[in-house]
Write a protein of this length. Structure first.
Length: 398
């Protein structure tokens, strides 16, 4: 598969626009070369793993590119990451996933459809941005839900749709017991709208409203006509809001049914939406423990919350083995089992998690003392550092 994209790079004599094609990959480095036959011109994207996620280094002929703006790095990074995610998900999160194809699916108990409580509401954009500023609507969760748009044309066309009063698709939110909202579907679009209202980008490549080309929302340099500003402020967005009184298992099913387009949430990301803040903090604290990083040799990436799911598995089996925080049983369906674990954790306070933290820290220390660099990995004389094996962790630490 070849991937092409037009990019602009700043040369000493001005700005040059070129089209590059992915040629080959060498480990975490991908080479993009020019399509005009100039073999001396190539771009290099290097994937760099850091504690807070994945970043990219873009180079040209061995020297760092001075890009016209950050959109070049963002776009190349996003496209490269999307390509990697499609073909190398296992390598990317550092986990050797289990084959559950032969595990019989647990038959779910039917629930009363009357328990589904989803209320449609319309909010003006001005009010939505106020909710975001006050942190009553969360656009920055602990995980990466797909990727926020970096294509300036796509972002600008969304704003143009609002200016033209063209309806855009509905958004889905879940409301917690404190009245705060998390986005289930539509986080990219809400982020674009909020960024534009906060003057983080100017409109480019508009299809119809050429007078608005190059305009910020209300930045003094070049801003929208006041009529258009008012139109954006007053535009009503439609939200389907999942009521906090809806039973958690019903909410999980709603999440999975509507989470079908674009870069979908995985099961752990869905669980994160339904975890209360103190449960998220528990998983975050455990993933940052030095004992965990040492035992796993830092091989489990925070990308798509892979590290949080592994830790949640430990908690689930530890709770069952020690019969703490209520009855919980494993019937072969791991996702259902972890969903139930989150539901139980949500009902308990942070002060009750000390036993889990101590047990986890001790288990990680013991795993490293006993197995060293081979902890949680299948033995191999050919390749001593294999991928982290989830099933082994379930056995060794519980």
């Amino acid at each position: 598969m070849q991937v092409q994209m037009p990019v602009k790079v700043k040369e000493h004599d001005g700005i040059q626009e070129i089209t590059v094609t992915k040629r080959n990959s060498e480990g975490d480095i991908t080479i993009w070369s020019s399509n005009d036959g100039d073999e001396s011109l190539y771009l290099e994207i290097e994937q760099i793993e850091e504690d807070d996620g994945v970043k990219f280094s873009v180079k040209k002929r061995g020297d760092a590119i001075e890009s016209v703006n950050d959109e070049l790095i963002e776009e190349m990074g996003d496209r490269y990451l999307a390509m990697k995610m499609d073909s190398l998900v296992d390598d990317f999160d550092g986990i050797e996933h289990e084959d559950n194809s032969k595990v019989p699916k647990q038959e779910k108990d039917p629930y009363d459809p009357k328990l589904i409580r989803v209320e449609p509401k319309n909010f003006p954009i001005q009010y939505v941005c106020t909710l975001i500023r006050s942190s009553d609507l969360d656009l920055a969760p602990d995980f990466q839900r797909g990727f926020v748009w970096s294509d300036i044309t796509r972002k600008s066309r969304l704003i143009e749709s609002l200016l033209l009063r063209i309806p855009i698709p509905v958004f889905y939110l879940v409301q917690d017991d404190e009245g705060k909202f998390q986005v289930v579907d539509g986080v990219q679009r809400l982020t674009v709208i909020n960024d534009f209202v906060n003057n983080k980008f100017r409109l480019k490549n508009l299809e119809y409203l050429h007078d608005c080309e190059g305009c910020f929302y209300n930045k003094s340099a070049k801003k929208l006509d006041p009529l258009f500003v008012k139109r954006i402020d007053q535009t009503q967005l439609t939200f389907n809001i999942i009521d906090p009184q809806t039973p958690e298992q019903v909410r999980y099913d709603i999440f999975r049914r509507i989470n079908t387009g674009g870069k979908t949430l995985n099961n752990q990301e869905i669980r994160n939406c339904l975890e209360k803040n103190h449960v998220r903090k528990l998983l975050r604290d455990l993933s940052s423990m030095e004992s965990f990083k040492k035992a796993t040799r830092g091989s489990i990436k925070p990308t798509r919350m892979a590290d949080k799911e592994v830790i949640l598995r430990f908690i689930a089996f530890y709770m069952m083995d020690h019969n703490i925080m209520g009855q919980i049983s494993y019937k072969g369906d791991m996702d259902q089992y972890l969903d139930n674990t989150v539901s139980i954790l949500n009902k308990h306070s942070e002060s009750e998690f000390s036993q889990i933290k101590e047990a986890f820290n001790k288990a990680m220390d013991n795993a490293y003392i006993l197995f060293g660099d081979r902890a949680f990995r299948k033995s191999s004389y050919i390749n001593r550092r294999r991928k982290f094996t989830v099933g082994i962790k379930n056995v060794r630490t519980t």
